[in-house]
Write a protein that binds this ligand. Structure first.
Ligand SMILES: [Zn+2]
Ligand SMILES: [Zn+2]
Ligand SMILES: [Zn+2]
Length: 288
C-alpha cells in the first residue's frame, strides 16, 4: 500500500494529500472498472462528478471492501437487545443524496460549528475522543418501507408512503415526524436516531418483508449534526425543539430509558449515508 512513492509510512503521512496519490484495490462504485483512491468511493473526478450531479443514487458496497466491514461492525457491535437475535447483513447501499440536500446539511453543520466552536473539543464524558465540526455523529434510523429495495430490486420506488425511498430521494422531513405514526414520541416532534442498531430496529417493523423464505428489514445509517446536546434521562413528549442554546436532545440510558436516543428538530441536521438491509434469523426448526 505504501507503493514506491515513499520510503516509510511516516514519510507518506507528512505528505500533503497523500490519499489522493494512492489507489486501493477496491473498485469504483460508479464504473466498477477502475480502482478507487484512498478514502474515496470513485476512481477519479469523472465518476465522482457524475454522481454529484446525478444524485440521488445508491450503490451496493462490495462485501469484501473495508467500508462494508466498517458499517457491519458498527451495526453488529451496537446490537444490544438481549431479546432479539443478531441479524445477518444482506446488503449495504452507499447513498449519494441530491447535491442541494448535501449542501444544506454542510451549511447547517458549519453554522452550528460557528455558533458552538466544537471542533477538536473533548467530549464531556471523556474517553479521550474529540468532537468534529458541529459534533457530527453516525447514527441509525429505522422507518417503514413499501417496496423490495435491496431485496428484489436496486431501484427506488415512487410510492409516497415508502419512507425509505422518500428519505433517500428528499432527505428527512419533519412533516412526517409531526404527523407521527406513533401514539406519542418520547421527546416530542423531532427526527429520532440511535447509536444502538437494535434500538432503531424497534421503529422499522413496517420495513419487514418476507421474500423467498426469509424475513428482511432495513435501517439507515446517517450523519447527524448533534451540536450542543441537551441530555434527558426521562421522557418529555411536549418538545417541539431543543431548549434554547442547544441543538439536539439526547435521551441518556437510565432507569426510565433503556437505550440511547438522539433527536434533532431541524431537517438540515441529518443526512442518510447508508442503507443496511438485514436478514432476521430463522426460528430454529422444530425437532421432528
Ligand atoms: Zn522518506
Ligand atoms: Zn470510476
Ligand atoms: Zn420504496
Amino acid at each position: 500500500m505504501l507503493n514506491s512513492l515513499w520510503c516509510s509510512k511516516q514519510c507518506r503521512d507528512i505528505t500533503q494529500n497523500w490519499k489522493s496519490m494512492v489507489k486501493t484495490n477496491e473498485l469504483c462504485l460508479k464504473c466498477t472498472q477502475e480502482t478507487t483512491y484512498f478514502g474515496k468511493y470513485f476512481c477519479g473526478e469523472d465518476c465522482e462528478e457524475w454522481v454529484n450531479e446525478n444524485g440521488p443514487c445508491i450503490f451496493k458496497l462490495s462485501k469484501q471492501g473495508n467500508k462494508f466491514k466498517d458499517i457491519s461492525n458498527q451495526f453488529m457491535s451496537s446490537w444490544k437487545h438481549e431479546n432479539k437475535a443478531m441479524p445477518e447483513i444482506h446488503t449495504i447501499y452507499k447513498i449519494f443524496p441530491e447535491k442541494q440536500i448535501i449542501s444544506r446539511y454542510n451549511n447547517y453543520r458549519d453554522y452550528i460549528e460557528s455558533l458552538r466552536r466544537l471542533d477538536g473539543r473533548p467530549f464531556p464524558k471523556g474517553d479521550g475522543r474529540v468532537m468534529t465540526k458541529g459534533n457530527e455523529q453516525r447514527r441509525f434510523h429505522g422507518t417503514r418501507m413499501k417496496c423490495l429495495l435491496g431485496i428484489q430490486t436496486d431501484t427506488l420506488c415512487p410510492d409516497m408512503n415508502c419512507a425509505v425511498c422518500r428519505i433517500i430521494t428528499e432527505g428527512y422531513k419533519l412533516i412526517y415526524a409531526k404527523t407521527s405514526r406513533f401514539k406519542y414520541q418520547k421527546f416530542g416532534d423531532g427526527i429520532y436516531f440511535s447509536s444502538t442498531s437494535s434500538k432503531s430496529d424497534d421503529f422499522n417493523k413496517k420495513s419487514m418483508k418476507y421474500y423467498n423464505g426469509v424475513n428482511y428489514k432495513v435501517m439507515f445509517l446517517n450523519k447527524v449534526v448533534v451540536g450542543r446536546a441537551f441530555e434527558l434521562t426521562q421522557e418529555k413528549r411536549t418538545l417541539t425543539g431543543p431548549p434554547i442554546n442547544y441543538d439536539s436532545v439526547v435521551g441518556e440510558p437510565s432507569a426510565l430509558l433503556y437505550y440511547d436516543e438522539l433527536v434533532v428538530y431541524d431537517e438540515s441536521a441529518c443526512i442518510p449515508q447508508y442503507l443496511v438491509v438485514y436478514e432476521l434469523p430463522k426460528l430454529p426448526n422444530r425437532r421432528q
